[in-house]
Design a protein around this ligand. Structure first.
Ligand SMILES: Cc1cc2nc3c(=O)[nH]c(=O)nc-3n(C[C@H](O)[C@H](O)[C@H](O)COP(=O)(O)OP(=O)(O)OC[C@H]3O[C@@H](n4cnc5c(N)ncnc54)[C@H](O)[C@@H]3O)c2cc1C
Length: 383
């Protein structure tokens, strides 16, 4: 097993780091306050070629695999979690679903524009009555000549208000449960598609999360993604990758929280000396570093496995579970190290604490990750 980074991965890390230091981190508080990412930031990421990192060059991507995407996600999250989530909705789940399940024609039709940022993507699985129980969805797609008519509503859709293309999962045969679900590539300019209210969230406020509605949205047969009845499979194989990159988000956020805390601990004087000299503070710093090392090791080993074509369903659930829960422990300690100031919006850890919590919820809650892991163990009859 050799999961060292390629030179291209190191170069990507350096480029993104420079962008984050110079342009993104300095405005992260403003993005959170104004609930808006300046368009120039997204244009810059597009110009830097960061929107199609994992995909092969023949589809307009950078050819850097999931490892490359994780490197990008880790570094961008250090600057601004909201910006990372917009990129994640676009690349990690939206475009990835097309890459994994699309025909060659569909990939050539959509991926180059998505990689170049000419179009933006989203992924729509969740509904008001079905989150964890995704197989119980109510949005329907009914065949109508050489097209399908989509009806119903999805909620919590990241990028749903501005995406040009939304991979949408619909019930095509409700009697078949998860085997009656089909995936479609929906162009949002199609009549009958509309955007509902944005959610008012605890954190990640620069990223928009909205309801979307389908009223007789006519989707041509050529936009069917995968086979009829195989949509649930498409949803899950996409989430295998999405959960991995969420681990990268958590890793970047945890490193940032620790670095900010080390700086603060060196500067803050209590009882006549920096609090960094207090064993209790040192213990918290050490516990953060230990968990970060574990997160990093799990994440990049799994990304490497993915790039080797090995199965990663169980491993990416482990990455998501461990990294999201470890991140919460790290940001909690970061607030504790900052004392009362950690509770003030003047300090970045206040935002980091709010931005982090949702990682235990979206793309499958911690409880669902444990189900995935346990089921795979029981099916195999051992580790
Ligand atoms: C900021 C944000 C962005 C999102 N972006 C997207 C997106 O882009 N696309 C998209 O499709 N969705 C998105 N989601 C939706 C997200 O994936 C769901 O919220 C998540 O899967 C949980 O579903 P739920 O909210 O319906 O909770 P529920 O499924 O109602 O769960 C409620 C509680 O019950 C527990 N529970 C449920 N079933 C079980 C079980 N069998 N065993 C044990 N515990 C169980 C859960 O773990 C949880 O604690 C987003 C959500 C948020 C908050």
């Amino acid at each position: 097993m050799d999961f060292t980074f390629r030179d291209e991965h190191e170069m990507l890390r350096q480029t993104v780091k420079e962008f984050v230091d110079a342009e993104l981190r300095p405005i992260a508080a403003r993005i959170d306050r104004e609930h808006r990412i300046p368009r120039e930031i997204l244009f810059k990421l597009r110009d830097m070629g960061c929107l199609g990192i994992p995909f092969p060059e023949e589809y307009g991507g950078a050819g850097l695999g999931e490892t490359g995407l994780c490197v990008f996600m880790e570094e961008i999250t250090r600057g601004c979690f909201s910006t990372a989530v917009v990129c994640g909705g676009h690349t990690s789940i939206g475009a990835t679903a097309i890459y994994l399940a699309g025909s060659d024609e569909q990939k050539r039709r959509y991926l180059p524009d998505l990689c170049e940022g000419k179009k933006w993507a989203a992924y729509a699985l969740t509904e008001p009555q079905s989150g964890s129980d995704a197989g119980n969805m109510q949005v329907t797609a009914v065949r109508d000549g050489d097209a399908w008519l989509l009806n119903g509503s999805k909620i919590w859709i990241t990028n749903g208000d501005f995406a040009d293309v939304i991979v949408t999962f619909c019930a095509t045969d409700r009697s078949q449960g998860t085997r009656g679900i089909t995936a479609f590539i929906v162009d949002t300019a199609t009549p009958g598609f509309s955007v509902g209210k944005p959610e008012e969230k605890m954190g990640q406020c620069g990223s928009t999360t909205v309801e979307i509605h389908f009223a007789n949205v006519r989707v041509p047969e050529r936009n069917l993604l995968g086979k009829v009845g195989e949509g649930f499979k498409v949803a899950m194989m996409t989430l295998d990758r999405g959960r991995l990159t969420l681990g990268a988000n958590c890793l970047g956020a945890a490193k940032e929280a620790l670095d900010v805390s080390i700086r603060y601990a060196n500067e803050r004087i209590a009882f006549g000396k920096p609090i960094a000299e207090q064993p209790a503070i040192q213990q918290m710093l050490a516990d953060c570093a230990t968990e970060i090392f574990a997160m990093e090791s799990l994440l990049y080993r799994t990304a490497w496995m993915c790039d080797q074509g090995l199965p990663i369903s169980r491993e990416s659930a482990i990455v998501k579970l461990f990294c999201s829960e470890a991140l919460d422990r790290v940001v909690d300690r970061a607030v504790q190290i900052h004392g009362g100031y950690g509770y003030s919006k003047e300090y970045a850890v206040e935002r980091m604490y709010r931005d982090s919590r949702v990682n235990r919820l979206y793309e499958g809650t911690s409880e669902i990750q444990r189900l995935v892991i346990a089921r795979s163990l029981i099916k195999k009859g051992g580790y």
